[in-house]
Design a protein around this ligand. Sequence first.
Ligand SMILES: O=C(O)C(=O)C[C@H](O)[C@@H](O)CO
Length: 256
Amino acid sequence: MPAPENPFKKALAAGDMLYGCWAGFADAYATEILGTAGFDWLVLDGEHAPNDVRSLSVQIQALQGSASHPVVRVPIGEDWIIKQVLDAGAQSLLVPMVDTAEQAEALVRAMRYPPEGVRGSGAALARASGFGAIPDYITTANDQMCLIVQIESRAALENLDAICAVDGVDAAFIGPSDLANDMGYRGDATAPEVMEAMKDALARIKTAGKASGILAIDHDIAMMYRDWGGQMLAVGIDVVLFAQAARDLAAKWHDG
Ligand SMILES: O=C(O)C(=O)C[C@H](O)[C@@H](O)CO
């Protein structure tokens, strides 16, 4: 029996439009609720939400059977955290701050067992292999790995074509906030120079034959990103949705 097929990797390669949401409560119960909403994918955010391997693992479990595919964002693109979240059952990783092709190549290797890569072998006690119930996991898992690199600096834009040319990179995801900050427009991802850079990057990613991704919680901006070719489109953040709804409700009664 082989490793489970990665439907998200397949859908990206097919060019499907995929709508997602950030899951930032770092809580399995909240993520399970979000998993009933109908998004195609959810980012379990290990970079900016208070997650660790255990909280990420239980959120992956909570999405078992959900139509929402878990995309785990690791805090940093290093081998040790990648092997832990892959053993926990993640098949699709979003890696922040990827600036060079060399970084992308190292990430491809970190997600794969030898000889293609350097992923450590712990399948016998890993959730990913069904705790050993999938006898062919180690020999088949490499093909189901989905790597989404984040493009969020001037250096990454400069190296974008080389990054997209790396075999094993499935998608390039633009981080508007960090890109704006690095471009000198701190806190303003709608600055014309930033918007132009993101529009150009989305086109270049598509030309390179890779899937593209981006995030916008503003509806009109998200629509524009989609018009620019954004395929893996994050359109919300659960923490923002909850906070705003709570504030609106309080104001509604206070301000009657
Ligand atoms: O730079 C960005 O924008 C992202 O990578 C997304 C943010 O990290 C996400 O937390 C929303 O602000």
